[in-house]
Design a protein around this ligand. Structure first.
Ligand code: SF4
Length: 98
């Protein structure tokens, strides 16, 4: 069976809502679990499909996808909103401990 390739490389699968398309390439995943920890209601490896993008807002989803260190996860806004790649990195002050 042949699935439509969303582009971006072999083995990349797409998970789409009305607002955002998240794509995942298993071959690049380093299992850092940033996604699973960031949005467990969306990224749940015990579910099929394991990415359920409709369970979070597109903005939250985009934020967590950007944390993926390997490039396995990517997103594309399909509603034209929220894309702001030039946003400066937010630095969160962490109190010095021990
Ligand atoms: S954050 Fe990226 S590298 Fe880490 S488990 Fe999720 S998809 Fe894989």
């Amino acid at each position: 069976m042949t699935e439509a390739d969303p582009g971006g490389g072999p083995g990349r699968k797409a998970y789409r809502t009305q607002s955002i398309m998240v794509t995942f390439e298993a071959g690049r995943c380093r299992h850092a679990a940033e996604c699973v920890h960031g949005l467990p209601e969306v990224f749940d490896t015990t579910k099929r499909p394991w990415i359920q993008p409709e369970r979070a807002s597109a903005d939250r989803l985009a934020e967590v996808v950007r944390r993926c260190p390997s490039g396995a996860l990517r997103y594309e806004r399909v509603d034209g909103g929220g894309e702001n790649p030039d946003r400066p990195d937010t630095v969160t002050a962490v109190p010095a401990g021990g």
